[in-house]
Design a protein around this ligand. Sequence first.
Ligand SMILES: Nc1nc2c(ncn2[C@@H]2O[C@H](COP(=O)(O)OP(=O)(O)OP(=O)(O)O)[C@@H](O)[C@H]2O)c(=O)[nH]1
Length: 397
Amino acid sequence: MLDIKPKHPQAPCIAVFGVGGCGCNTINQLSQSSLSDNVVLIAVNTDAQSLAVSACSSRLQIGTEVTKGLGAGADPQKGYAAAQESEEQLREHIQQADVIFITGGMGGGTGTGAVPFIASLAAELNKPLVAVVTTPFSFEGLQRNQLAKEGIDNLMQHASAVIVLPNDKLAKTLDKKITLVNAFFESNRILQDVLAGLTTIISQSGLINIDLNDFITVVSHRGRAAMGVARQAADEELQHTINKSLKNPLLEDIDLTSAKGAIVSVMATEQIELSQYHKIGEILQQALADKAVVIIGLTIVPELESELELMVIATGIGDKEANKEEKEAASGIGDTVASNTDERFGQSELLNLHDFLAEKSQNPQTTSYSSSEFDTPTITRRSPNRVFKRCLNDGAA
Ligand SMILES: Nc1nc2c(ncn2[C@@H]2O[C@H](COP(=O)(O)OP(=O)(O)OP(=O)(O)O)[C@@H](O)[C@H]2O)c(=O)[nH]1
């Protein structure tokens, strides 16, 4: 049974399901990250042996009758039937969470069959669910790739957002001599970062907070999602940093101009200027679809190593052609450029920051942070010894 006891009762409960071999490997690696204490990792598999060596404290063997604990033998229908057999336990786990992340490798039996089933339960229980899945290496053959495609199509019908990480794409960025085991490990590190980043974004209390409702607003656009992280190098133009965050080479080739929503988590030092914060919103509005909802959170980290770090999650990414038609219809012309960004950029967020800066200039003590309140300044963290710390307005701290 899922047991989430957040230290901060107001913090949303986040369940991360790792399903099948790939999913369980990923959350094993994720358990090495420092995650907020409201995040629970649940290993779900048909394969009893692989589950037995999982580092996760919550493990759920599904389909004991259907698979006899031996895996789904690359048959997604078996994976689906296994999840169906264990529907009650899965429901109990889902019910206790406020938001669900699920990860698995598409192309085999368990992940391809069970991930869409779990997503359908979450949809039925009205819980937001974001899936982060891989597609097979092309050397694994056409059959696996076809199964993966079908699995993703099924998943898209139920998940709030789906982030796809093609193993093939990853292979292109690795040394040709890398071993298969290491290639998987590297790929899992990306999955780990994506999941750690997603959970951090909702758990973290910043100066300008991104809460669960913001997250739900953005993921409710449904469809493909993408995520990118960037750190501003010394003297780098803000535009360039944002472009970097939008061009994560390990994610799918996707058309961000069709994204209908984005959540941006900004970490910056106290030196961040109002105009910089505003500019992030403007640049993103121009990069995404017209009327895209952009929610920007800000956390002040005095010890940040760079001037600024950004994590962007873009959602509701659709078909390029459909998007072009939509834009043309909306504007009455061919090439549309995002206009009137102020209207779509949350004024209340700007006011919050403005208040903060004004207050700071009048009363410097209100922003004197103790350095122990903050931790390593990167958005995603891998060190198991580092506890994620909250910032500024966390009343419960
Ligand atoms: N990135 C990454 N991909 C993996 C890993 N393990 C497997 N995969 C990919 O995920 C696909 C599905 O493999 P598994 O997750 O082992 O399969 P399963 O879902 O457990 O299904 P069955 O073994 O048939 O029960 C494979 O075809 C690989 O492309 C991993 O550790 N990392």
